[in-house]
Write a protein that binds this ligand. Structure first.
Ligand SMILES: Cc1cc2nc3c(=O)[nH]c(=O)nc-3n(C[C@H](O)[C@H](O)[C@H](O)COP(=O)(O)OP(=O)(O)OC[C@H]3O[C@@H](n4cnc5c(N)ncnc54)[C@H](O)[C@@H]3O)c2cc1C
Length: 434
């Protein structure tokens, strides 16, 4: 068997402008690309999970592209450590290349794999690809991480050089893929999943949409945001490419990509946010956690049309507009006093673009417990939010057509009453502080 390097695809499902793949292809040995359907993750997902379908489609596309280079993607199913052992038995692996993942469970997985490989004398090298700036690249002058977005974003912008957005010319080295006949990929059903025809958000976004982003992005009835979340999440699109394209079109759009980096950085520095509040005092909140209330929120039956529209959009499409994510999350935590982790988990199950860092950041922001959250006593008024961002009720009519009829339930709790209750419960936990 000829000596080779493996390139392990994870959240970077593309050949073009892929940092780790570029370094692998330049490494001097033929590169065998691999993907592992992680049994530990898949076993917890429902049979019709659209994210698995999205990944599967992306792998089929990669397989087709690789065939043009006389190469093939080796797709396996199992636990990553066991599969990596199998791959090392099947190929004469000298080294493994990948791109970094900043989630605590992925870091632990990679550490185990690093040690397993090291014991065999095989190297494991990981690269920055998922974000523009990672880890300690944007930190305060005193060497500590930022926990407030605005100064972080300022430093991020001042650190940005053309190099950071330059594409890795992966394709120029495509002749270095290991040559072998196409390998069959496991079907969705062999993986235990069902697929159904579904229109995933397009990877193409009109430059006009980005140029108009600042004016349009807050109105859920408008097609004013990119819906690229799922492509950024699974890396079918390079964030460098998107940032480079949008840089001169919309500063506000670029700012959203900086938020994305910010939350990845927060997760890496403060992994305790996965299980608890960024600000520990917020762990003291006496949540009501009423299961029936939670079920009504999930189903979009709260009696607050803007909240219900958002939840129904999420349930039907796997997407929810950012403004409405903020409103529904605020409603769950502040109006219903349900632990933000319940809502976070529900979004994690449903969002096509689910990403631990951004989802956790968004939920902790809404709950007030996050690193750069609004003060707890600022409570979204769903009616005022509706007046401001869906004044003609276009979005509401789309998802809650019965909202003015007797078939629609009355509000679960009156806004003013919920507000007073929330202030009392939060105030008690925080003893007047924030
Ligand atoms: C409670 C809550 C939960 C959220 N959960 C997620 C999640 O699981 N995954 C996720 O990617 N985003 C999440 N967000 C952030 C944001 O709502 C989505 O990124 C955005 O709505 C996705 O739509 P889009 O692709 O059209 O974004 P656009 O508005 O077109 O923005 C472009 C890209 O920028 C990034 N981005 C935009 N806003 C944010 C933000 N506030 N934080 C981090 N990245 C951002 C995303 O990658 C997004 O695709 C959440 C926000 C809240 C309030």
């Amino acid at each position: 068997m000829p000596p080779i390097h493996l390139f392990w695809f994870r959240r970077d499902l593309r050949l073009s402008d892929n940092a780790g793949l570029y370094h692998a292809l330049k490494s001097g040995l033929p590169v065998q690309p691999v993907f592992i359907f992680d049994h530990d993750i898949l076993q917890h997902l429902p049979r019709h999970d659209r994210r698995v379908q999205f990944i599967h489609q992306a792998l089929v596309a990669l397989q087709t592209e690789l065939a043009q280079w006389g190469a093939t993607l080796d797709v396996r199913h199992g636990t990553p450590r066991a599969v990596m052992q199998d791959l090392c038995a099947d190929y004469a692996v000298q080294g493994v290349f990948a791109n970094r993942d900043y989630e605590p469970s992925a870091i632990a997985r990679d550490k185990d794999i690093y040690h397993d490989l090291q014991a065999k004398g095989i190297t494991f090298r990981a690269f920055k690809d998922h974000v523009i700036f990672e880890k300690n690249e944007v930190i305060k002058a005193d060497g500590t991480p930022y926990t407030v977005f605005t100064p972080y974003a300022r430093k991020w912008r001042s650190a940005l050089q053309p190099f950071h957005l330059q594409a890795y010319p992966t394709q120029s080295y495509a002749q270095n893929f290991y040559q072998q006949a196409p390998k069959a990929m496991p079907s969705l059903s062999a993986l235990g999943f069902e697929g159904a025809p579904f229109d995933f958000p397009s990877i193409e976004v009109a430059p006009d949409l980005i140029a108009q982003y600042a004016a349009q992005r807050d109105y859920p009835a408008k097609n004013g945001t990119s819906k690229l979340g799922v492509h950024l999440r699974f890396g079918t699109l390079s964030v460098r490419q998107l940032a480079a394209q949008s840089q001169h079109l919309s500063d506000i759009f670029l700012n959203e990509l900086i938020w994305r980096d910010f939350y990845q950085m927060i997760l890496w520095h403060f992994p305790h946010v996965v299980d608890g509040a960024f600000k520990p005092a917020y762990n003291q909140i006496a949540w009501r956690n009423d299961a029936d209330d939670f079920a009504r929120w999930c189903e979009g039956q709260t009696g607050y049309p803007i909240v219900d529209a958002g939840m129904r959009e999420l349930n039907a499409t796997g997407f929810m507009h950012n403004r409405v994510r903020m409103i529904t999350a605020s409603f769950l935590t502040k109006h219903l006093l349900i632990d933000w982790r319940w809502g976070e988990r529900y979004f994690a199950q449903r969002l096509l673009d689910f990403d631990l860092a951004a989802n956790n950041g968004g939920w902790q922001w809404a709950a007030g417990s996050g690193c750069d959250a609004a003060p707890y006593f600022r409570i979204f008024n769903p009616y005022l939010q509706t007046d401001k961002f869906d004044g003609q009720a276009q979005y509401i009519k789309q998802w809650v057509p019965e909202h003015q009829s007797s078939a629609y339930p009355p509000p679960m709790i009156e806004h003013a009453q919920a507000r007073v209750r929330c202030l009392a419960v939060y105030g008690q936990a925080l003893k007047g502080g924030n």
